[in-house]
Write a protein that binds this ligand. Structure first.
Ligand code: UDX
Length: 438
């Protein structure tokens, strides 16, 4: 099949590359010339494990191309995916649909063949009907079907999520469109991946409901962690104890500094706004958003308390600044709140991150960037792990103790068993463990 992917951002690029690996003929349309030049030369402009190998292979085997011309790319396309960005609009939190609607207009002006137009961008309920209306208004005789096909890719494991999804959701209006979508995803049949076919609004809602539910799960366990810290108890065991109930499930119950990233913060906010707009308030998610926002700031207070109530004049080593490991993405990372609050409280920060430094430099002022955890720890008054990169999971804690001027070790991701930390002569501040003794 000939597939066109409009937008080679995170979702578009991963999806385009994976579709070409399925054996389809794929053209990714990208207007950013710098990005386009990199992609054409086989360079991946984002950090996503495994993507570079797949990109190179599919370019060299002739199934994957990049272009800046929508008009020439869409000729004879069986399917055209819209995967342009939908950032949260400044001020009101609504998903900004400018790029989506601009793309719809351009498609309306240039569409010449019967095709299926599929929205992969995360868009609020009703957007697919609006896309259809726009295309029809530009080109009343255009023959096309509209489909909603939300993505559920996690950064850092996006290839795996694409190749082995729990499900594929397609919102359609006709059996013909359903057939095209089943053909596109046919390679997943071997794994018996469920393909769920719904109407447009249901598919759009599934995406938001899934992300909001996961964000709620994380926020729930974070509040239970706070309770454990006051009452005694170990949140990791509580999470395991509830997660073994298959009705709850054990995933997304790791307490931490609050969720960040390109999806949860934006999508929870957009769901709240949609609820308000339609008079169906999403009160649980409103609370999730507020609790998660406050949590990032609470983490700075937690660090200050661990440092004896003041960080004035102290140097703090920060390990990990991206919103999660295996990505260079800094969007809504807890570090973006925690680090400036520590600096405002008088601390100086020495930080390291395996992939995030280039991006973080643009967003965090006054940070001294170093290459590794031991250099960061050298002469620091406290060490904080904000993001659980593998590189920080197996630290030589005795060496860390020797390098620090105090013994303050703060693990905001609960990656170290308390005994290991205490055996190294460090004191431990972690998340949701009320019964540990340092
Ligand atoms: C998420 C969804 O998982 C994915 O399906 C969707 O399409 C896009 O949004 P992503 O943002 O890449 O993916 O990362 P994810 O692994 O879901 O983590 C999101 C945030 O939640 C991170 O900040 C992470 O640290 C945090 N998190 C996750 C927790 O704090 N605890 C957990 O148990 C899981």
């Amino acid at each position: 099949m000939k597939i066109v992917m409009i937008g080679a951002g995170y979702v578009g690029l991963v999806s385009g590359v994976c579709f070409s690996d399925f054996g389809h003929q794929v053209i990714c349309v990208e207007k950013d010339q710098t990005k386009l030049a990199k992609l054409r030369s086989g360079e991946v402009p984002i950090f996503e494990p495994g993507l570079d190998i797949l990109l190179e292979r599919n370019i060299s085997e002739g199934r994957l191309e990049f272009s800046d011309s929508l008009a020439s790319s869409i000729v004879d396309a069986d399917a055209i995916f819209i995967a342009v960005g939908t950032p949260a609009r400044r001020g009101d939190g609504f998903a900004d649909l400018t790029y989506v609607y601009d793309t719809a207009r351009e498609l309306g002006e240039k569409l010449s063949t019967d095709t299926v137009i599929i929205t992969k961008s995360t868009v609020p309920v009703g957007t697919n009907r609006e896309i259809k209306r726009i295309i029809n208004s530009c080109s009343p005789s255009a023959a096309f079907e509209i489909v909603s096909n939300p993505e559920f890719l996690r950064e850092g494991s996006a290839i795996e999520d694409f190749m082995r999804p729990d499900r594929v959701v397609v919102g359609v209006e006709s059996p013909e469109a359903e057939d095209v979508m089943r053909n596109i995803y046919r390679p997943l049949n071997i794994r018996e991946t469920p393909v769920m076919v719904t109407d447009l609004e249901t598919a759009e809602t599934i995406k938001y409901a899934a992300n909001a539910f996961l964000a709620m799960k994380i926020t729930f366990i974070n509040e239970i962690a706070d309770l454990c810290e006051k009452t005694g108890g170990d949140v990791q065991q509580v999470a395991k104890g509830i997660g073994l109930d298959t009705r709850i499930g054990g995933k997304f119950l790791h307490a931490g500094p609050g969720y960040g990233g390109s999806c949860f913060p934006k999508d929870t906010l957009a769901l709240v706004q949609t609820g308000e707009r339609y008079g169906a308030p999403q009160r649980i998610i409103e609370t999730v958003v507020a609790v998660n926002d406050a949590r990032k700031s609470d983490m700075a207070d937690k660090i200050i308390m661990a440092c004896g109530g003041s960080v004035k004049g102290k140097r703090i080593a920060v390990l990990g600044v991206t919103f999660k490991p295996n990505t260079d993405d800094m969007r809504d990372a807890p570090s973006l709140v925690i680090i400036p609050e520590l600096i405002a409280a008088g601390a100086s920060i020495t930080a390291c991150d395996p992939e995030g430094v280039d991006e973080a430099r643009k967003l965090l002022n006054g940070v001294d960037w170093v290459d590794d955890a031991y250099t960061a720890a050298d002469g620091a008054d406290a060490l904080v792990i904000i993001t659980e990169w593998n590189a920080f999971r197996g630290l030589d804690l005795s060496r860390i103790k020797e390098l620090l001027t105090t013994s303050v070790f703060i693990d905001l991701r609960n990656i170290y068993p308390p005994k290991e930390v205490f055996d190294a002569g460090l004191t431990l501040t972690c998340i949701g463990k009320g019964t540990i003794e340092s």
